[in-house]
Design a protein around this ligand. Structure first.
Ligand code: MG
Length: 407
């Protein structure tokens, strides 16, 4: 099953959904998705020709080959792993479709038939779009999506958290996440100053409102995006203790894994981290030193679907749970769901596209009708490969200017 050709496409959604497609000489192709990065398409253009003539069935061998070929750009970490992750998923999709086997089967077999989703609610609203250097941008679809919605600071009010939580419960979710770092004014000096009492009180008010809107039966978590020094993170953890959080995410800067370990050791709230780490090696110190309660590899970034399984199993050896980060389109989300279906220490998979109006329309599934996420779950079936196809008629309408479209 020789690889004959590879190409890419990018959809400009809330982030750049970057797709890789790999064709084999049996006439079958597979499609995978990469986490965005500046220069990612250029990197893919240099990497993909290396696969031509290789046997697509040797998925892990090819991933390891690309690890080595890219080692000068970061050895065991760096954005080339975004590219490798999408390539690896495309290969699993290709091999699965060729042998008519679902990807979960290759990864050890599923231990559940549906994958629980937690919905990312940002603050009160999440209608926005970000470029590869995390600058806000305004693709054509965004204006209509924003019409009548609250803007910026208006979103960071308890009432918005309450309404959003209620809305997500009504949509069928029983797990959700809110941002709390955006509640405080971000001056760029957050790490050097203590939070004021009023700032922590505002965070508490927003989380209390989210809890009230969600109800006690819902699992609620909050994200800090690495903003706070350990001292401040401990104050936040203690202040939020009454709200029985599922986890506190990335409370401290990522440079020193022991910082989150300090918070975790207090036992106030479970700590989740790891969305920007690559391969098992990125998680090693966190896991062997028991510095978190949950790992959150991003399956479009960490090195691929099989590597995500290995990260989850490494975590499992220390009693650490598995709740992957995910900002991808439904195609990448399906790849992540196949991984999650096989993991016994899985808790929930992120969904970050609830305010992208065309998110659900980007794929079709051969044997499942309706939205990708149904009552807060993604059902897994026996459909081969990733169990879905990119809906190009829809996706192409949102193609990123200046990028190729599978050419
Ligand atoms: Mg996060």
């Amino acid at each position: 099953m020789k690889i004959t050709r590879c190409n890419t496409a990018v959809v400009e959604a809330n982030y750049d959904y970057t797709y890789v497609r790999i064709f084999a000489d049996n006439g079958v192709y597979g499609t995978g998705e990469c986490f965005f990065a500046p220069g990612l398409s250029a990197a893919l253009r240099e990497m993909l020709p290396l696969l031509i003539g290789k046997d697509a069935r040797e998925v892990d061998r090819l991933a390891r080959f690309l690890w080595r070929k890219g080692s000068g750009a970061g050895a065991v970490a760096g954005y080339l792993y975004n590219a490798i992750s999408g390539i690896e998923a495309a290969l699993w999709d290709l091999v699965g479709k060729s042998f008519e086997v679902p990807c979960w089967q290759f990864l050890g077999g599923k231990v559940r038939d549906e994958v629980r989703i937690y919905v990312d609610c940002h603050a009160g609203d999440n209608t926005e779009s970000w470029g590869t250097m995390l600058e806000e941008r305004e693709p054509a679809w965004l204006k209509a999506a924003l019409a009548g919605k609250p803007q910026h600071e208006e979103r960071y009010e308890p009432e918005m958290y309450f309404n959003r939580a209620k809305q997500m419960v009504a949509a069928g979710y029983d797990a959700m996440k809110f941002d709390i770092d955006s509640i405080v004014v971000l001056t760029g000096e957050e790490l050097n100053r203590p939070l004021t009492r009023a700032e922590i009180d505002k965070m508490v008010a927003c989380v209390a409102a989210a809890r009230e809107g969600a109800g006690d039966a819902v699992d609620l978590s909050v994200d800090c995006h690495w903003r706070f020094a350990p001292t401040e993170a401990i104050r936040i953890a203690r202040a939020l203790e009454p709200y029985n959080l599922m986890w506190l995410e990335d409370p401290c800067p990522p440079e020193n894994f022991r910082d989150v370990g300090e918070i975790r050791a207090l036992g106030i709230v479970p700590i989740l981290t790891g969305e920007n780490l690559n391969r098992r090696h990125g998680f090693w110190d966190l896991v062997v030193n028991r510095c978190c309660d949950l790992v959150a590899p991003d399956i479009q970034k960490c090195g691929g679907m099989l590597e995500a399984v290995r990260i989850g199993e490494l975590a499992e050896m220390q009693g650490i749970r598995f709740a992957p980060h995910n900002i991808s389109s439904p195609l990448g989300t399906m790849a992540s769901a196949h991984v999650c279906a096989t993991m016994s220490n899985f808790v929930a998979l992120e969904f970050h596209g609830s305010d992208v109006p065309f998110w659900n329309d980007l794929i079709t599934r051969p044997d499942v009708k309706g939205p990708v996420i149904q009552k807060g779950r993604i059902p897994l079936t026996d459909a081969p490969g990733l169990g879905c196809e990119l809906n190009e008629e829809v996706a192409r309408k949102y193609a990123k200017p200046g990028e190729t479209w599978f050419a």
